[in-house]
Ligand binder design. Structure first.
Ligand code: 4AD
Ligand code: MG
Length: 472
């Protein structure tokens, strides 16, 4: 096995006439009179390796009868390919069968539906489509680490189990060792969490932001990249119950600084994918053609976004544009109400056709920690929030400058009926060396959707968790 080369390496490095060993999964076998062709894929790259086996090779009968999905290793000679579109192929001399697959293997024919593949999420990564998506996902993850590292930010692993609700939206999954029927109760009949494992009511984190703020106040700039959990009952193509978020947090920075950071980060994601995943992006284009899905020259669009400035406007300006647009929206755009997906997509796709950064939302729409703007008309108070909206997806980033005044933050927490006690440590940041700071959260799956052009968030995460579904 030590001599095994990935197919990617064979294509990029092997010379005609050299010896090579490849190992992978059989996509198809085509039998001729005196030889057979095996199409082999090992996931290392988009391209398959064509293997030719002559009938004088040991166990030829068994080898040439292998079915799709079987795993084999082949040692042979790299030769020029007769087939079109391929430079080289492998003339196999020795074949090891690692594991056969029989005719019940679910991924038999081309063009299997996305729904069917979701039901077979344990196998779908063996298709060209999901191979492409997950190699691009990897590129975007590496680009994230490289980008923030190069900018001088430190990678923070924020906790997954927390005792607070960072977004204050109440969309949390509980973490408890109590048996639901036998949980101890206090005098008021409420579950007594003081007797639970952590001695308090705990949940899965909806965000790592509050902890990132703590570390930004010591390290200057940090970013998290981890799983986050939301129990919102949104059965849409853009929501998951478990998703990954990238949350940079920057000390001595305001909203404009992080808006700029956000656009540079998104451009980096795009440029790395364009540079490293051309075969994958080409395949996705081809796949959309087969599926009769509008491609809209996706790669050109990505190049255009990489090279253009993002449009920045305030929420108030956005409402004005939407109101005057003449579009028939399901929800009427109204000052004071959070933008709906249809509004976000209108702005990003139809009106500007580049990513849009909307800033300064009404205070009532946003989380407790956002910096309050001053000198505003009563009832028209706004906060230094931003959402980044991209064509095809809508909101990809949510962020803000943070409230750095202790008194303002305290009164906002009280106003919103939140528990101040739980956040004592967060308030401490405003007591000891408080500084202007800002950050944002990028929904990683939404970024993968954006770059790949996939339309359903369930198709860009390995094993999606959504309402009524936690298989695998
Ligand atoms: O806008 P959100 O809720 O912002 C925060 O959580 C802040 N604490 C971030 C920060 O300032 N550090 O979420 C950020 C992003 C959204 O823009 C969206 O892309 C994604 O996370 N997101 C989801 N992605 C998939 N499924 C869900 N249920 C999501 N909820 C949010
Ligand atoms: Mg948001």
């Amino acid at each position: 096995m030590s001599s095994r080369m990935t197919i990617k390496k064979i294509f990029s490095e092997s010379k005609v006439g050299s010896k090579a060993t490849a190992a992978g999964w059989v996509r198809s076998v085509r039998k001729n009179k005196t030889f057979c062709f095996i199409v082999l894929n090992d996931g290392s790259c988009q391209d398959n390796l064509q293997v030719v086996i002559n009938d004088d090779v040991a166990d030829y009968e068994a080898i040439s009868s292998l079915l799709t999905g079987s795993a084999i290793g082949v040692t042979g000679e790299v030769v020029e390919s007769g087939g079109k579109g391929q430079s080289i192929e492998l003339q196999g001399r020795e074949v090891t069968v690692y594991g056969e697959a029989d005719n019940t293997y679910p991924l038999q024919k081309k063009g299997t539906s996305l729904e069917f593949l979701r039901d077979n999420a344990h196998l779908r990564v063996r298709t060209n489509l999901f191979g492409a998506v997950f190699r691009i996902r990897h590129t975007l993850a590496m680009a994230t680490h490289n980008f923030f590292h190069e900018q001088g930010y430190y990678y923070l692993n924020s906790p997954i189990i927390t005792g607070h609700d960072a977004e204050g939206a109440g969309e949390m999954f509980g973490v408890s060792t109590f048996h639901p029927d036998k949980a101890p109760r206090n005098d008021k009949g409420e579950v007594d969490y003081t007797k639970d494992y952590f001695g308090t009511n705990t949940h899965l984190a909806v965000s790592g932001q509050l902890e990132a703020e703590c570390h930004a106040m010591g390290l200057g700039g940090v970013y998290t990249f981890g799983p986050t959990f939301r129990s919102e009952n949104s059965n849409t193509a853009r929501h998951l119950a478990e998703f990954w978020m990238v949350e940079p947090e920057v000390a001595f920075a305001d909203l404009d600084d992080v808006a700029d950071l956000a656009s540079r980060y998104i451009k980096r994601l795009i440029s790395d994918a364009l540079e490293k995943n051309k075969p994958e992006l080409d395949f996705l284009k081809q796949w959309r053609k087969w599926q009769k899905i509008e491609d809209g020259d996706h790669q050109k669009t990505l190049e255009h976004v990489r090279d253009s400035e993002f449009k920045k406007l305030t929420y108030t300006e956005a409402i004005e544009i939407l109101s005057k647009s003449g579009e028939k929206f399901e929800y009427k755009p109204e000052w004071g109400v959070e933008l709906q997906t249809e509004h976000e997509r209108f702005l990003a796709e139809k009106h500007f056709n580049v990513p849009v950064i909307v800033t300064d939302y009404p205070k009532s729409c946003k989380a407790f920690y956002m910096k309050q703007n001053v000198n505003e008309e009563a009832g028209k108070e706004t906060v230094r929030a931003m959402d980044v909206l991209v064509p095809g997806v809508g909101e990809i980033i949510g962020g803000s400058q943070r409230e750095d005044s202790l008194s303002k933050l305290e009164s906002r927490i009280e106003e919103m009926g939140m528990d101040k006690e739980v956040l004592w440590w967060y308030l401490d940041l405003r007591k000891y060396g408080s500084v202007p700071h800002a950050g944002f959260g990028l929904g990683f799956e939404r970024a993968v959707m954006y770059v790949t052009g996939m339309k359903n968030i369930r198709d860009v995460i390995a094993f999606p968790r959504t309402p009524k579904s936690a298989d695998f």
